[in-house]
Each structure stands twice: as structure tokens, then as C-alpha cells.
Design a protein around this ligand. Sequence first.
Ligand code: SAM
Length: 286
Amino acid sequence: MKPGISLLGAKEIREIAASLDLIPSKGLGQNFVHDANTCEKIVRLADLKDSDHVVEIGPGLGSLTLALLRTGARVTAVEIDKRLAARLPETLRDHGAPKDSFKVITADALQLECGEVPAGSLLVANLPYNVSVPVILHILAMKRIDRAVVMVQSEVASRLAAKPGSKDYGVPSAKVAWFADASIADRVSAKVFWPVPRVDSSLLTLHTHQPLGEESDQEMTFKVIDAAFNQRRKMLRSSLETLINHYLPHQSSAEVLELSGIEATERAESIDIKGFLAIAKTLLRR
Ligand code: SAM
């Protein structure tokens, strides 16, 4: 813990925003946390050591960044809004953060490159709601992250953490399961944000696991997932017919599913990530 680092309060957050003439952008999901207890709760959940390196997507005005830096961890913060990214180093230094403890990258997180993320990093972020799922998948796909604690809309958290057989299970749940085990840790009231969003948020934890296969397996598995959920009410022998026919034109979809150890009459919602992988491997003839 670095006691010299102080957190941002609600009043100061408004003052920094006013000094930048900032009108929070809905398009960029700019709902800033103005409650220091919430930032501390996120950081406790992340269970950081001072040797940790954290990637924070969307640091905004810096409230979570300061709570992260207070643990002694180093932070790479990726912010798309140029005004916020330009102001952040000043805010962090004013609050006692050592200059060499953070790096601010002005960029779209979806364009972030692997080289910016040291192996074994953690992802800790209050994510912009409109890109939360693609950002999570993009960062996980780098295979540099051990753990993540992210704040997302509660509905998105439920979808990401859903297991086969549940109504929320779908493309995001299956794809995230390729990389990590996801679970919901807590619900967060909309009141901790400025401006107050219309929906509640939740904290989601992700623990990454060993890759289930090679890059080509992942690509094909994701194609199978997309096709299967594109017609989620249909049996797999119908929903996957076009895809299977494309790769194995001489076999029926029922045969391919049987070869993969999957019942042709099952629907996407009951198949776990290993089942989707088994189908992908048959399509890749491995
Ligand atoms: N972390 C801050 C907090 O908790 O108060 C701000 C969180 S706010 C929900 C989301 C932040 O992500 C905003 O600062 C927004 O400008 C930024 N953002 C939006 N889209 C982004 C993207 N594609 N890449 C990086 N940052 C993005």
C-alpha cells in the first residue's frame, strides 16, 4: 500500500470535468465512478500485490487508476478520449502517484497490441458499456492476462458468466469460456456513477485457464459458436448445416455431430465450450 497516494472525491471529479469543459459522452460510455468506496472494493477484489502490472481500459478522470496505484502495482491505462488521456498524468501526479508507476496510452482498446501488455498482467477496469464484450475478448485473446476484475452492465455480466442450459448462455458466454472462468462477484448501484446510468452494474471476475487448443482450433470453434447461436432455437443438425456443408460437403451434419460426440438434436444453449471445440476439430479433421 502506498499511503502517499490519495483518492479522488466526488467534488474533485466534477471540478476536473468542468476544467476540461467535459460533457460526458454516452457514445463513449462515460459514466465516471465518484464513490471512492467502490474503487476500493474493486481493488480489494483484484487482490493486487505491489509487483503486479495492471491494464486499465478507460481510466477516464482517474478515480480507479489512483486506487490501483495505491496498492503499489504499476498501471498501463488505455483511454480513447484525447482530452481525458492528456489530463490523466497531471491528476495522478497531483495525488501522489510516482511518475514511473503508470503509463497512459491514448488509443482505442480494441486496437491495443500485445506488446503493450506484459505477460501475467491483470485487467482491472470500469468498462465502457458499448464495447465491454469485444474489449474483454480482445484482451483475453492476447493471452497475457492471468486475472481480470471488470465492472460491466449487470445484464452483460450475467451473459458473460452464464453456463450451458441457462437462458443467458450465448455467444459471449461461450467465447469467454474459451479463455477464462467467469463469475459475478457483486452488484453495484447506479448511484456510484456520474452521470447516473439507467441500469445497474456488476463486478465480474475472470480467471484465465490453459488454452483449450491452438489458434486454428479457436478460430473454427468461434465460427461454430456464431453459427450455432445464430439460430439458437434450432437443433444443431440444422443450425450448423451450412457451416458443416462448407467444410465437409460429403458428410451430413448429423454424421459430423455424431463423430464429434454431440447429439444432433441438441441446441446451442446446451453445449459447453469443449463440445463446440469437438465439433470444430471434426471440421478441421483432427
Ligand atoms: N475508469 C473511469 C471511472 O471508473 O470513473 C471511467 C469509466 S467510463 C465507464 C469508461 C471510460 O472508457 C471513459 O473514460 C471512456 O472515454 C473510455 N473509453 C470508451 N471507449 C473506449 C475504447 N474503445 N478504448 C479505450 N477507452 C475507451
